[in-house]
Design a protein around this ligand. Sequence first.
Ligand SMILES: *Cc1c(COP(=O)(O)O)cnc(C)c1O
Length: 367
Amino acid sequence: MALEFAEAVRRIPVYPAASAYALPEDVALLASNESPEPPLPEVVEAITSVLGGLNRYPDPTNAALRRALSDRTGVPAQRIAIGNGSCDVLLAAGDALLEPGAEVVYAWPSFSVYPHLAAATGARAVAVPLNDREEHDLDAMAREVTAATRLVLVCNPNNPTSTALSTEQVARFLEQVPSHVCVILDEAYCEFSTLDDPDASLDLLGQFGNLVLLRTFSKVYGLCGLRVGYGLAADEAFVTAVNQVRQPFFCNAAAQAAAIEALKHQDAVAARVERAVVARVELEDGLDDLGITPAQSHANFAWFDLPTPDGQDAGEHEQGIVRALAERGVLVRSGTALGKPGALRVTYGTPAQNARFLRELGDLLGR
Ligand SMILES: *Cc1c(COP(=O)(O)O)cnc(C)c1O
């Protein structure tokens, strides 16, 4: 007899995992928006130092990490939700806020996890197309907020399109959303943005009681393998609710220790961002030489439409290029898998990896 699963299992999309995990060492991993740089030695040391105590459960209140985040952001510790990656906080928010009859509004294409929230809870997903600059169409999103809306997701900078909204634009949007509707501003890439100070959005928490800023140690801090992220909430009730719907020990001891140590090295974060901005310019120049103009990036990756030869299908051509690049040891993400056939998403790697990507793409496009 086959197992009988809950209805939600038929609705939840399967995560489009990058097919990178069993490849040889000289592969350029440019498909998952990871940092090309390993964790700092001090962070590795902090992780090692907790290993001998792993017979004990981790601190379920994450007290030291929340205190460190509070010191850095000025947000009181009781308004900080920690998670096993920021996706954990995101999915918990879905469970805490959504149910059949409720609606969640988000842009599309955007983060591939967002459709899970409605699928898992039976709520209705309202996906609002991006504008022609590949940015959130905030006016269109505001028009989709109804009496049934419980949650709005704004990804800034947006994955997979790399574009960003100014804090001013976000503030004007928030003014249009009723105060009982939770708005999660997903800022996984905010450190890479040159549009605004990455911490400018912290001020919005004082103005909008329904706002949550979602941040992570997975991207600029280079700790995605460990899984730790957090939400900064305007309302303490958000933290209580996401903790109610999860298992008690949602952040492991090594992750807590690593995150606390990583926060002490803001100069290293700034240096990483500088290197990412150099990579951005190098990729933009290299793509320009191939006749390609990427979207205006404020993240650690580029997003662009591939030129399609006459008579070919854009999606099929793009998927062929993704496969051919993989065969040459360069892994990038297919736009087809992310909601826009014909587009590519390429994470900034080391200078050598970026040059290799440009060389191989140029060769495949016959330039
Ligand atoms: C990578 C990413 C995250 C981070 O997920 P973690 O669970 O913290 O690793 C969150 N949101 C977006 C849009 C991302 O691209």
